[in-house]
Design a protein around this ligand. Sequence first.
Ligand code: ADP
Length: 254
Amino acid sequence: MNFIDTPTPLHVENVVKTYQQGTAKINALDGVSLSVEPGEFVAVMGASGSGKSTLLHAMAGLIDVDEGRVMIAGQDLAQLADGPLTRFRRDNLGIVFQAYNLIPSLSAEDNIRLPVPSSRKKKIDVTIDGLLQRLGMTARRHHKPGALSGGEQQRIAIARALVCDPAILLADEPTGSLDSVSGTQICELLRGLADDQGRSIVMVTHEPHVAMWADRICVLKDGTNQAEIKTDGCRDPQTVAQQYQQALGAEAVA
Ligand code: ADP
Protein backbone atom coordinates (compact mmCIF):
# COMPACT_ATOMS: atom_id res chain seq x y z
CA MET A 1 0.00 0.00 0.00
CA ASN A 2 1.17 3.49 -0.77
CA PHE A 3 0.42 5.97 1.99
CA ILE A 4 2.76 8.65 0.66
CA ASP A 5 0.35 9.93 -2.01
CA THR A 6 -2.67 10.14 0.30
CA PRO A 7 -2.79 13.60 1.89
CA THR A 8 -3.98 14.01 5.47
CA PRO A 9 -7.65 15.12 5.26
CA LEU A 10 -7.12 18.06 7.57
CA HIS A 11 -3.81 19.68 8.44
CA VAL A 12 -3.59 23.01 10.26
CA GLU A 13 -0.08 24.36 10.67
CA ASN A 14 1.00 27.22 12.94
CA VAL A 15 -2.10 29.26 12.24
CA VAL A 16 -2.21 32.85 13.47
CA LYS A 17 -5.34 35.02 13.43
CA THR A 18 -5.37 38.47 14.95
CA TYR A 19 -8.36 40.76 15.45
CA GLN A 20 -8.31 44.45 16.19
CA GLN A 21 -10.75 45.43 18.97
CA GLY A 22 -10.56 49.22 19.25
CA THR A 23 -6.93 49.91 20.03
CA ALA A 24 -6.33 46.38 21.36
CA LYS A 25 -4.88 43.57 19.25
CA ILE A 26 -6.45 40.16 20.05
CA ASN A 27 -4.48 37.05 19.17
CA ALA A 28 -7.46 34.74 18.64
CA LEU A 29 -5.09 32.07 17.29
CA ASP A 30 -1.40 32.35 18.07
CA GLY A 31 0.30 29.47 16.24
CA VAL A 32 -2.18 26.59 16.48
CA SER A 33 -1.49 23.26 14.75
CA LEU A 34 -3.78 20.24 14.37
CA SER A 35 -3.88 17.24 12.02
CA VAL A 36 -6.80 14.84 11.66
CA GLU A 37 -6.56 11.45 9.95
CA PRO A 38 -9.35 9.53 8.15
CA GLY A 39 -11.83 8.11 10.66
CA GLU A 40 -10.46 10.23 13.48
CA PHE A 41 -12.80 12.17 15.75
CA VAL A 42 -11.15 15.13 17.50
CA ALA A 43 -12.78 17.42 20.06
CA VAL A 44 -11.53 20.97 20.59
CA MET A 45 -11.96 22.27 24.13
CA GLY A 46 -10.91 25.43 25.92
CA ALA A 47 -12.29 28.28 27.99
CA SER A 48 -14.51 30.88 26.37
CA GLY A 49 -12.31 33.12 24.20
CA SER A 50 -9.53 30.51 23.82
CA GLY A 51 -9.96 30.45 20.03
CA LYS A 52 -12.11 27.34 19.43
CA SER A 53 -14.63 28.91 17.04
CA THR A 54 -11.94 30.89 15.24
CA LEU A 55 -10.02 27.64 14.65
CA LEU A 56 -13.13 25.89 13.33
CA HIS A 57 -13.97 28.82 11.05
CA ALA A 58 -10.37 28.87 9.76
CA MET A 59 -10.57 25.12 9.04
CA ALA A 60 -13.85 25.71 7.20
CA GLY A 61 -12.29 28.43 5.05
CA LEU A 62 -14.86 30.89 6.42
CA ILE A 63 -12.11 33.29 7.57
CA ASP A 64 -8.63 34.02 6.20
CA VAL A 65 -5.68 33.38 8.47
CA ASP A 66 -2.83 35.85 8.90
CA GLU A 67 -0.04 33.27 9.09
CA GLY A 68 0.32 29.51 8.77
CA ARG A 69 -1.61 27.13 6.54
CA VAL A 70 -4.94 25.30 6.50
CA MET A 71 -4.62 22.25 4.24
CA ILE A 72 -7.71 20.22 3.31
CA ALA A 73 -6.98 17.01 1.37
CA GLY A 74 -3.59 18.52 0.50
CA GLN A 75 -5.08 21.80 -0.78
CA ASP A 76 -3.97 25.05 0.87
CA LEU A 77 -7.25 26.99 1.30
CA ALA A 78 -5.42 30.34 0.98
CA GLN A 79 -4.55 29.46 -2.63
CA LEU A 80 -8.21 29.27 -3.70
CA ALA A 81 -10.16 32.29 -4.99
CA ASP A 82 -13.72 32.80 -3.68
CA GLY A 83 -15.63 30.72 -6.29
CA PRO A 84 -13.30 27.71 -6.29
CA LEU A 85 -13.13 27.90 -2.47
CA THR A 86 -16.94 27.69 -2.23
CA ARG A 87 -17.01 24.62 -4.50
CA PHE A 88 -14.04 23.04 -2.76
CA ARG A 89 -15.70 23.58 0.61
CA ARG A 90 -18.97 22.05 -0.62
CA ASP A 91 -17.23 18.90 -1.86
CA ASN A 92 -14.78 18.38 1.00
CA LEU A 93 -16.28 19.83 4.17
CA GLY A 94 -19.58 19.48 5.99
CA ILE A 95 -20.31 22.04 8.69
CA VAL A 96 -22.79 21.77 11.57
CA PHE A 97 -23.55 24.59 13.97
CA GLN A 98 -25.22 24.79 17.40
CA ALA A 99 -28.17 26.61 15.80
CA TYR A 100 -29.35 24.14 13.19
CA ASN A 101 -29.80 26.90 10.56
CA LEU A 102 -32.57 25.06 8.70
CA ILE A 103 -34.92 26.91 6.34
CA PRO A 104 -38.30 26.91 8.19
CA SER A 105 -40.46 26.88 5.05
CA LEU A 106 -38.78 23.81 3.55
CA SER A 107 -39.36 20.17 4.48
CA ALA A 108 -36.59 18.19 6.20
CA GLU A 109 -35.81 16.47 2.91
CA ASP A 110 -35.63 19.73 0.94
CA ASN A 111 -33.35 21.23 3.59
CA ILE A 112 -30.98 18.29 3.08
CA ARG A 113 -31.13 18.79 -0.68
CA LEU A 114 -30.14 22.50 -0.52
CA PRO A 115 -26.33 22.29 -1.00
CA VAL A 116 -26.55 19.86 -3.92
CA PRO A 117 -25.53 21.54 -7.21
CA SER A 118 -28.11 21.34 -10.02
CA SER A 119 -25.86 19.06 -12.09
CA ARG A 120 -26.15 16.38 -9.38
CA LYS A 121 -29.77 16.87 -8.30
CA LYS A 122 -31.15 13.94 -10.33
CA LYS A 123 -28.78 11.40 -8.85
CA ILE A 124 -29.09 12.50 -5.23
CA ASP A 125 -32.32 10.72 -4.22
CA VAL A 126 -30.59 7.46 -3.29
CA THR A 127 -28.06 9.38 -1.19
CA ILE A 128 -30.84 11.25 0.62
CA ASP A 129 -32.77 8.03 1.29
CA GLY A 130 -29.60 6.50 2.75
CA LEU A 131 -28.91 9.52 4.94
CA LEU A 132 -32.48 9.66 6.26
CA GLN A 133 -32.29 5.98 7.11
CA ARG A 134 -28.88 6.27 8.77
CA LEU A 135 -30.10 9.19 10.87
CA GLY A 136 -33.40 7.53 11.77
CA MET A 137 -35.36 10.31 10.06
CA THR A 138 -37.13 8.52 7.19
CA ALA A 139 -40.57 8.90 8.78
CA ARG A 140 -39.99 12.62 9.37
CA ARG A 141 -38.69 13.51 5.89
CA HIS A 142 -41.74 15.61 4.88
CA HIS A 143 -41.96 17.51 8.18
CA LYS A 144 -40.92 21.14 8.35
CA PRO A 145 -38.29 22.09 10.96
CA GLY A 146 -40.94 23.63 13.25
CA ALA A 147 -42.55 20.19 13.64
CA LEU A 148 -39.26 18.53 14.62
CA SER A 149 -37.55 18.33 18.02
CA GLY A 150 -34.14 19.96 18.51
CA GLY A 151 -32.39 16.60 18.19
CA GLU A 152 -34.28 15.81 14.98
CA GLN A 153 -33.44 19.23 13.54
CA GLN A 154 -29.76 18.66 14.30
CA ARG A 155 -29.95 15.26 12.53
CA ILE A 156 -31.32 17.01 9.46
CA ALA A 157 -28.54 19.61 9.69
CA ILE A 158 -26.01 16.74 9.84
CA ALA A 159 -27.65 15.07 6.83
CA ARG A 160 -27.41 18.37 4.94
CA ALA A 161 -23.71 18.60 5.88
CA LEU A 162 -23.15 15.06 4.55
CA VAL A 163 -25.21 15.20 1.35
CA CYS A 164 -22.23 16.05 -0.88
CA ASP A 165 -20.26 13.24 0.81
CA PRO A 166 -17.44 15.28 2.38
CA ALA A 167 -14.49 13.47 3.99
CA ILE A 168 -14.47 16.01 6.82
CA LEU A 169 -17.23 17.08 9.17
CA LEU A 170 -16.78 20.19 11.33
CA ALA A 171 -19.19 20.72 14.22
CA ASP A 172 -19.39 23.84 16.40
CA GLU A 173 -21.08 22.96 19.73
CA PRO A 174 -23.51 20.59 17.93
CA THR A 175 -25.17 19.52 21.18
CA GLY A 176 -25.18 22.98 22.78
CA SER A 177 -28.94 23.48 22.38
CA LEU A 178 -29.99 19.90 23.16
CA ASP A 179 -31.10 18.00 26.27
CA SER A 180 -28.64 15.36 27.44
CA VAL A 181 -30.44 12.37 25.84
CA SER A 182 -30.65 14.05 22.40
CA GLY A 183 -27.08 15.33 22.83
CA THR A 184 -25.79 11.82 23.52
CA GLN A 185 -27.63 10.50 20.45
CA ILE A 186 -25.91 13.13 18.30
CA CYS A 187 -22.51 12.18 19.82
CA GLU A 188 -23.16 8.48 19.08
CA LEU A 189 -24.10 9.41 15.54
CA LEU A 190 -20.89 11.40 15.02
CA ARG A 191 -18.84 8.55 16.52
CA GLY A 192 -20.46 6.15 14.04
CA LEU A 193 -19.72 8.43 11.08
CA ALA A 194 -16.03 8.28 12.01
CA ASP A 195 -15.97 4.54 12.81
CA ASP A 196 -18.17 3.16 10.01
CA GLN A 197 -17.61 5.66 7.22
CA GLY A 198 -14.07 6.88 7.93
CA ARG A 199 -15.10 10.53 8.12
CA SER A 200 -12.69 12.90 9.87
CA ILE A 201 -14.57 14.87 12.51
CA VAL A 202 -13.60 17.99 14.44
CA MET A 203 -16.07 19.11 17.09
CA VAL A 204 -15.85 22.19 19.28
CA THR A 205 -17.37 21.71 22.72
CA HIS A 206 -16.89 22.85 26.30
CA GLU A 207 -18.62 19.81 27.79
CA PRO A 208 -16.53 16.80 28.94
CA HIS A 209 -19.49 14.41 28.50
CA VAL A 210 -19.56 15.43 24.83
CA ALA A 211 -15.78 15.56 24.28
CA MET A 212 -15.40 12.02 25.69
CA TRP A 213 -16.83 10.60 22.43
CA ALA A 214 -13.77 11.82 20.53
CA ASP A 215 -10.51 9.89 20.08
CA ARG A 216 -8.53 12.81 21.39
CA ILE A 217 -9.12 16.28 22.73
CA CYS A 218 -7.15 19.28 21.55
CA VAL A 219 -7.10 21.77 24.43
CA LEU A 220 -6.65 25.42 23.49
CA LYS A 221 -5.61 28.19 25.85
CA ASP A 222 -5.18 31.83 24.78
CA GLY A 223 -5.08 30.82 21.12
CA THR A 224 -2.35 28.20 21.53
CA ASN A 225 -2.20 24.38 21.77
CA GLN A 226 -2.17 23.85 25.53
CA ALA A 227 -2.39 20.05 25.60
CA GLU A 228 -3.72 16.95 23.91
CA ILE A 229 -5.77 14.36 25.80
CA LYS A 230 -6.17 10.85 24.40
CA THR A 231 -9.50 9.48 25.54
CA ASP A 232 -8.57 5.83 24.79
CA GLY A 233 -12.26 5.01 24.50
CA CYS A 234 -12.93 6.25 28.06
CA ARG A 235 -16.60 7.18 28.20
CA ASP A 236 -16.46 8.53 31.73
CA PRO A 237 -17.20 12.27 31.77
CA GLN A 238 -15.65 12.72 35.22
CA THR A 239 -12.32 11.28 34.14
CA VAL A 240 -12.32 13.46 31.02
CA ALA A 241 -13.29 16.54 33.09
CA GLN A 242 -10.40 15.82 35.47
CA GLN A 243 -7.91 15.37 32.61
CA TYR A 244 -9.16 18.60 31.05
CA GLN A 245 -8.77 20.58 34.28
CA GLN A 246 -5.26 19.16 34.72
CA ALA A 247 -4.41 20.11 31.13
CA LEU A 248 -5.62 23.66 31.70
CA GLY A 249 -3.52 23.93 34.82
CA ALA A 250 -0.43 22.53 33.14
CA GLU A 251 2.22 24.65 31.48
CA ALA A 252 1.71 25.10 27.74
CA VAL A 253 3.21 22.30 25.68
CA ALA A 254 6.44 23.57 24.14
P1 ADP B 1 -14.07 30.59 21.73
O1 ADP B 1 -14.77 29.97 20.57
O2 ADP B 1 -13.02 29.68 22.34
O3 ADP B 1 -14.99 31.16 22.75
P2 ADP B 1 -13.35 32.61 19.79
O4 ADP B 1 -12.60 31.89 18.74
O5 ADP B 1 -14.76 32.95 19.52
O6 ADP B 1 -13.21 31.81 21.17
O7 ADP B 1 -12.60 33.98 20.12
C1 ADP B 1 -11.22 34.08 20.44
C2 ADP B 1 -10.89 35.53 20.69
O8 ADP B 1 -11.00 36.28 19.48
C3 ADP B 1 -11.83 36.20 21.69
O9 ADP B 1 -11.07 37.12 22.47
C4 ADP B 1 -12.81 36.94 20.81
O10 ADP B 1 -13.33 38.08 21.46
C5 ADP B 1 -11.94 37.33 19.62
N1 ADP B 1 -12.71 37.40 18.37
C6 ADP B 1 -13.31 36.36 17.72
N2 ADP B 1 -13.92 36.77 16.61
C7 ADP B 1 -13.70 38.12 16.53
C8 ADP B 1 -14.08 39.14 15.58
N3 ADP B 1 -14.78 38.85 14.48
N4 ADP B 1 -13.69 40.40 15.84
C9 ADP B 1 -12.96 40.70 16.92
N5 ADP B 1 -12.55 39.80 17.85
C10 ADP B 1 -12.94 38.51 17.65
